[in-house]
Design a protein around this ligand. Structure first.
Ligand code: ATP
Length: 342
């Protein structure tokens, strides 16, 4: 049986992941779900971000359903790095998919003519860039302090993410970088992208600097199909695209390795400490992440059904207040599940 490791972790994650599981069950998913205690309480007690006994269990799972990590009591970066970044790096989940699809016109802050058919995919490099934690601080705490944060880019890392983007695109791949300022890393991205584009003559290609990409995403997001970019720019631009389709509560993501088939699926949002624990958080981002998980596991009919149920619930106004509704977190889970059972 397909084994799903469940890591709700902290804050909003604890509220949205049970709703995603509820919806998966309503969709008929016959999976074995096993939840593990990876969270700030556990970290504060033991000092281990992921307990040593849990790690091998995560390696045995077919996929990981993930909530969000973070806690106001934990202010060292080692916790986030030891949970989410460790999973991404050590499982080599080098593809981070962040789709932005507008399910109802009313959810976009853009003018009516600019919101039609927003349906794009950000393919973010997930294992390199500024997130690898290389660098250091010299003369810390003095007026002469120097802080260095390295931006790691490898030929393998750049090539495989650009290849992946061409593999999923039907019309066009837009490569986003800042090669006019970041000349060394930018040159590597440019060279690999041009070489790979030549192997895909049927897919159009375009290049945008990240500042121009941000502007174009607001001006007319419907012009984009697939955007491929590095770790930092993908993180930033995907918050922007989440806002174009209804906000942080609705945006899903997948972290995958296409070769090993491993995957971790999580909403784009974090722990939402301002609203967590009051049944106000929107579970749709987590539910759509679960739908990405079943698609990755080969059940595309089930994934389509979940997406259809989400779209229908949103259009009927069966949603949390961030999307203009008045339902609680678990009522939204119920509303989506009901549509799958009917
Ligand atoms: P963290 O430090 O864990 O990243 P954060 O508050 O900085 O937390 P997010 O959790 O992404 O970052 O939240 C950003 C904003 O979006 C907050 O105002 C939050 O309330 C809102 N938000 C995040 N997730 C949801 C959700 N599931 N439903 C509704 N609003 C959300």
């Amino acid at each position: 049986m397909t084994k799903i490791a469940v890591l709700p972790c902290d804050g909003a994650g604890k509220e949205v992941v049970p709703e995603a599981i509820k919806v998966l069950r309503a969709a008929g998913a016959n999976f074995e779900f096993e939840e593990f205690e990876v969270n700030a309480d556990q970290y504060l007690r033991t000092g281990e971000p992921i307990p040593a006994a849990v790690w091998p269990q995560l390696l045995l799972a077919d996929s990981i359903l993930f909530g969000a990590v973070g806690d106001p009591r934990v202010n060292d970066a080692a916790y986030l790095a030891g949970v989410l970044l460790r999973l991404r790096f050590e499982l080599d989940l080098y593809v981070n998919l962040r789709p932005a699809r507008l399910y109802d016109d009313r959810l976009s802050p853009l003018r009516r003519e600019d919101r039609r058919k927003i349906d794009l995919l950000i393919v973010r490099e997930n294992t390199e860039g500024l997130y690898v934690g290389m660098g250091g601080r010299f003369k810390r705490g003095t007026d002469q302090e120097v802080a260095i944060q390295e931006d790691l880019n490898t030929a393998l890392g750049v090539s495989r993410i650009v290849e992946y983007a061409f593999g999923v695109a039907h019309r066009e791949v837009v490569m986003v970088d800042k090669s006019n300022a970041m000349t060394y890393a930018g040159a590597l991205w440019q060279e690999r992208w041009k070489a790979i584009a030549e192997k895909h003559p049927n897919i159009k290609t375009r290049h945008l600097y990240v500042d121009a990409a941000a502007m174009q995403l607001v001006r007319d997001p419907t012009q984009f199909e697939v955007i491929v970019t590095g770790n930092l720019f993908g993180d930033v631009l995907s918050d922007l695209t989440a806002e174009l389709i209804g906000g942080m509560g609705i945006a899903p993501s997948a972290n995958i390795n296409p070769e090993s088939k491993r995957g971790l699926f999580e909403p784009v949002h974090g722990t939402a400490p301002d609203i967590a624990g009051r049944a106000l958080v929107n579970p749709i981002g987590a539910i759509l992440s679960a739908s990405m998980m079943v698609r990755h596991l080969g059940h595309s009919d089930m994934a389509d059904a979940i997406e259809g149920a989400v779209k229908s619930a949103i259009r009927a106004g069966d949603c949390t207040r961030d999307l203009g509704g008045s339902l609680s977190t678990h009522e939204v889970g119920d509303a989506v599940s009901k549509r799958l059972r009917d």
